[in-house]
Design a protein around this ligand. Structure first.
Ligand SMILES: [Zn+2]
Length: 360
């Protein structure tokens, strides 16, 4: 990659760091039929899915529908008005003939400013006035960025920033390998997470299995419950298809151990059982829901809720392959969503029922 492009990468990376936001930029060529099927939404979901759980994420990506344009995404939604801020960057006079690096820099600045809705309204005001410039890239849904067509395509390929593992990788070629890089990196990270959780759950189950024969049936009222949880945990571990199941095996083993010890404590953290045993029970409003749930949370998640930050949550995929917090999956489809890993009901009870209704 030419030296000036490396310098631009560094400048942009510095700019992103200075915002202090959980902001990532992924610029890559998107074409129909590639690993993202040319769709920036797929790219964004993939990035989100493959990153380790984190409190929030603002993502600026290439717009698959409009080469040379950018799109903004963020989780949780609307925290920084990033979608509108990124779209606004493409409508400004100052970015009219800008290259992608300058456009990205402007988008970063606008996201950091946090007034995306207002910026977008101002930048697109002329489009709503009758008879003026309506032929210049109007966006039907008002969400996609727009950019003059003169952006050199080479720049689109030249930058892949801020994802830690990608930041230093130059995108040298136009096709194929460019898009596959993030996929491989993220798949590897997820696999490592799964291997670690598998090892941890297996160790807990083995410890429970070793403890149960030593228990005295006359003085251990929870022995049968412990044996049931042990059997369920082993079954879940054997058939685990990803992090949510592995976390379930962990939660069942923990429940079994509690039954055996006859010291029922709080279950594991509702938001992600990998956080360990919950420290307290707290009311929690789900985004977009009116109802209030009582959930058990670890200390870190409790602090996050208190500070109105989103806790780090365990994600799962719905039937369409979309990644979301595991508890957003309909409870009839996920025993983990139904039980909250023991936070909403004993996970073993939920699992037994699930096994009863499941056709398999
Ligand atoms: Zn937690």
């Amino acid at each position: 990659m030419p030296t000036d492009l490396r310098a631009r990468q560094r400048q942009l990376a510095d700019r992103i760091r200075r915002t202090g936001l959980p902001l990532k930029v992924v610029l890559t060529l998107l074409t129909k039929g590639d690993v993202f099927d040319g769709d920036s939404v797929v790219l964004a979901d993939r990035v989100r899915d493959r990153l380790p759980a984190q409190r929030g994420l603002v993502l600026i990506t290439t717009d698959g529908d409009s080469p040379g344009s950018l799109r903004g995404f963020e989780w949780p939604a609307d925290t920084h008005q990033a979608r509108e801020a990124v779209a606004a960057a493409g409508f400004l006079d100052e970015t009219r003939n800008a290259g992608l690096a300058d456009l990205t820099a402007k988008a970063v600045d606008l996201v950091a400013e946090g007034r995306g809705e207002q910026r977008y309204a101002e930048a697109t005001k002329h489009l709503r006035a009758p008879g003026t410039r309506t032929d210049e890239g109007k966006t039907p849904d008002g969400t996609c960025g727009w950019l003059p067509a003169a952006i050199p395509l080479a720049l689109v390929l030249a930058l892949a920033l801020a994802l830690t593992t990608l930041a230093t990788r130059a995108l040298r070629r136009r096709r194929g390998p460019v898009a596959s890089v993030p996929h491989l990196v993220f798949a590897k990270a997820r696999a490592a997470e799964e291997a670690e959780l598998h090892r941890r759950a297996e160790a807990e189950i083995l410890a429970l299995g070793e403890a149960t024969p030593a228990a005295d049936v006359t003085t251990t009222p929870g022995l049968q419950a412990a044996l049931d949880a042990y059997a369920a945990a082993g079954g879940v571990l054997d058939e685990a298809r990803g992090l949510p199941d592995l976390a379930g095996a962990l939660a069942l083993a923990s429940e079994g151990q509690d039954a055996l010890d006859d010291t029922p404590g709080l279950p594991l953290c509702f938001f992600d059982p990998r956080h360990g045993r919950a420290a307290l029970r707290t009311p929690w409003h789900r985004l977009g829901h009116r109802d209030r749930l009582d959930v058990t949370v670890c200390r870190t998640c409790a602090d996050a809720l208190r500070d109105r930050r989103r806790p780090e949550v365990l994600t799962d995929r719905d039937e369409n392959g979309r990644t979301m917090p595991y508890f957003e999956i309909p409870p009839e489809r996920s025993v983990w969503a139904a039980t909250g890993y023991g936070s909403l009901m004993p996970v073993s009870a939920g699992f037994s029922r699930h096994r009863t209704v499941s056709p398999t």
